[in-house]
Design a protein around this ligand. Structure first.
Ligand code: AMP
Length: 253
């Protein structure tokens, strides 16, 4: 596996055949590895990006504290079949004077967007940049971030991008907690409390889920009419903000 730091070097990578791209912020777990394996199974060249995108963090969020371990990530990515790991500095992607943004207006303003203003503007912009830099046939995202998938599919359709968005099911720990790099922030006590979230969503009913989450610091619990429809929720456990969702009608996906 090659580690590449610049856009120029990435564009110089030889490639005949199909390219699969997996955008990530690192601190890899089995959820990321599932995306790498899906990309490996369907493409000739697999590119993963490792970039903690400052533009998708709010001023009071965990950008500085976000877990980083590039050496371990590189090893895991290689073992999962990644060919090229793109790990640029922030100035490579946001040069001085940067001022062009992608706003997916309504979709990005609800749910996560309401609680994290500007988050999806950062996500959509970095993904469009990565699509332009890598030129993938397919890009892989987790169902764990259902609204992110909806926003990116909308952007692809609205801007006529030639990339297929592929969605990989949420990978969970055996007890049901969705894997997330942010789970590393949880104390053992908090991790137990965090299990309330998947258990509430497993009811597949907004009112029941809301009742089960009663007492926790809940940002939202709602049915979202994405494709497929999902019951989504965001809660704070201590200082850690967790999101999760459950698919309601698979047959429409
Ligand atoms: P992140 O590094 O957290 O930005 O995540 C990179 C990609 O991995 C995103 O497309 C996420 O939706 C996906 N992802 C994160 N956690 C999981 C999970 N538990 N199962 C499946 N995909 C995931």
């Amino acid at each position: 596996m090659k580690i590449v730091r610049t856009i120029e070097d990435l564009r110089a990578q030889p490639c005949d055949g199909t390219v699969g791209l997996v955008p990530t912020m690192g601190a890899f777990h089995e959820g990321h590895l599932a995306l790498f394996r899906a990309a490996r199974a369907e493409n000739d060249l697999v590119v993963a990006s490792l970039f903690v995108n400052p533009a998708q963090f709010g001023a009071n969020e965990d950008l500085a504290a976000y877990p980083r371990d590039e050496e371990r990530d590189a090893q895991e990515a290689e073992e999962a079949g990644v060919d090229v790991l793109f790990a640029p500095d922030a100035t490579e992607l946001y040069p001085p004077g940067f001022q062009t943004w992608v706003d997916v207006e309504q979709l990005a303003g609800r749910l996560e967007g309401e609680h994290r203003p500007g988050h999806f503007r950062g996500v959509a912009t970095i993904c469009l940049k990565l699509f332009n830099i890598v030129g993938p046939d397919r890009a892989y995202f987790g169902q764990k971030d259902a609204q992110q998938v909806a926003v990116l599919k909308r952007m692809v359709r609205d801007l006529d991008l030639e990339v297929e968005i592929r969605v990989v099911p949420t990978v969970r720990d055996p007890d049901g907690l969705a894997l997330s790099s942010r789970n590393a922030y949880l104390s053992p006590e908090e991790r137990k409390l965090a299990l309330t979230l998947p258990r509430a969503l497993a009811t597949k009913d907004a009112a029941q889920a809301r009742a089960r989450l009663n007492g926790l610091d809940v940002d939202y619990v709602e049915v979202a009419d994405f494709e497929p429809r999902v019951l989504v929720a965001a809660v704070r456990v201590g200082k850690t903000r967790l999101i999760d969702n459950v698919v309601l009608d698979k047959e429409r996906s």
